[in-house]
Each structure stands twice: as C-alpha cells, then as structure tokens.
Design a protein around this ligand. Sequence first.
Ligand code: HEM
Length: 207
Amino acid sequence: MANFFAGHAGGLHGHIINNGALAELMRHPKAMKKLQKELEDVVGLERMVEESDLEKLDYLSMVVKETLRLHPVAPLLAHAATEDCTVNGYHIPKKSYVIINAWAIGRDPSAWTDAEEFIPERFEGSDVDVRGNHYQLISFGSGRRRCPGIQLGLTVVQLMLAQLVHCFDWELPNNMLPEELDMSEAFGITMARVKRLIAIPSYRLHK
Ligand code: HEM
C-alpha cells in the first residue's frame, strides 16, 4: 500500500505518460502523427497547448483512455465486502478481502476487440469513460472508494502528454525500430516498465 500511495503522490502521472502513452505512441507512429496533427489543427505551432484547449482534443482523450486500459497504474484493486453478496454465482461472505484485477479486465477479449492492441480509435463514438461508470475500464476504480483525484489526474496527464507530443518529435535511440520497443511490465501493486524508455526529443514549435 505504501508503494501505491507513494506512486499517487509523485510518480503516477510520469508513469502513465512515459511508460505508457509516450512509449505506445512511439511504437505506433501513425497514432503519434495523428495526435500531433490534432494539436496542430487546434493549437497551431506558434504557442504551447494550454488547459483550456483540452476539451477540443478528442484524439488526445482517446489516447489517454487507451493507455489507461492497457497500462493501469493500479493493476490490482483491494477491497473488502461490507455485506454478504453473490457475484456470478459465487458467494462472497461479509468481511472477505476482494482483489479486483483491473489489468486483466482492461485486456479481457470478451470485453475488448483486439484487446492486446493499442487502438485509441476504439473509443471513437463510444460512451465508455474512465470514471467508474463502465466496469470494463476501471482505471480509477468504481463506487464510493474510487479515486477522488480523477479530474486532477486526467487533466495533468492530458496536459503533460499534449505538451510533450506538441512541442517535440520523439525518436528511439540507435536506430531502434518502433516494433523493437520492449513493453514488458513488472506486475505489482503498481506497474513499472522492465526496461526504461529512452527517447530523444527534437523541438518542433516555431517559438
Ligand atoms: C491519472 C492519475 C490517477 C490514477 C490513474 C489514479 C488511480 C486510482 C485508483 C485505481 C485508485 C483505487 C480505487 C479503488 O480502490 O477502487 C485510487 C485511489 C485513490 N486516489 Fe487516485 N489516481 C490518480 C490520481 C490521483 C490524484 C491526483 C489524487 C489526489 C490529488 C488521488 C488520490 C487518491 C486517493 C486519496 C485514493 C484512495 C481513495 C479511497 O480509498 O477511498 N489520485 N486512485
């Protein structure tokens, strides 16, 4: 638990952006270009993206959702049953510890087409959000113990990712090909990349 809250305090946004979104975008150059194009259309290249731009950046929001689906910050959610209940025919006595595998739910092939693939477009025209209303995507948990920092968390992640992708082009080192990027993660209370992402930025704004 200490890890979980330490992650919340500091490293969480960095984890989602560096380990998840930026790495996925570098592995999927078409998605990277599409996001840069959206940012160019909405913001231009003469200024940096600001928080007030976020509501117009639909593809950015899809990229963040898809990242949270594949790379949840908290893969396992730990809860306790406050009363006897039955889930899918299983009797769960009061006071049982219940561990919910959000990582597996995000990759469940019965809930997601091409579940292992990074496809932000899957959220186009879909009402599935990350706020705990849709049980196939519980990046912030659900119910009364869901994350109270959802709005702040989403805003920070979207703004930081938008600025990184808008201000810079990103390259892999040593002529590494996108498909060679190792996305292995170490499973735990929080998820971390097995191999650190090394990415080389070059500035692309006019100012
Ligand atoms: C994108 C960023 C974030 C993600 C993905 C995230 C995710 C989560 C998850 C999965 C839980 C567990 C929910 C459950 O057990 O059902 C949680 C709990 C919590 N989060 Fe976050 N969080 C984020 C940002 C934040 C921020 C910015 C704050 C505070 C400013 C925050 C404060 C908390 C607190 C206090 C809890 C415990 C809630 C409780 O047990 O009742 N989180 N978060």
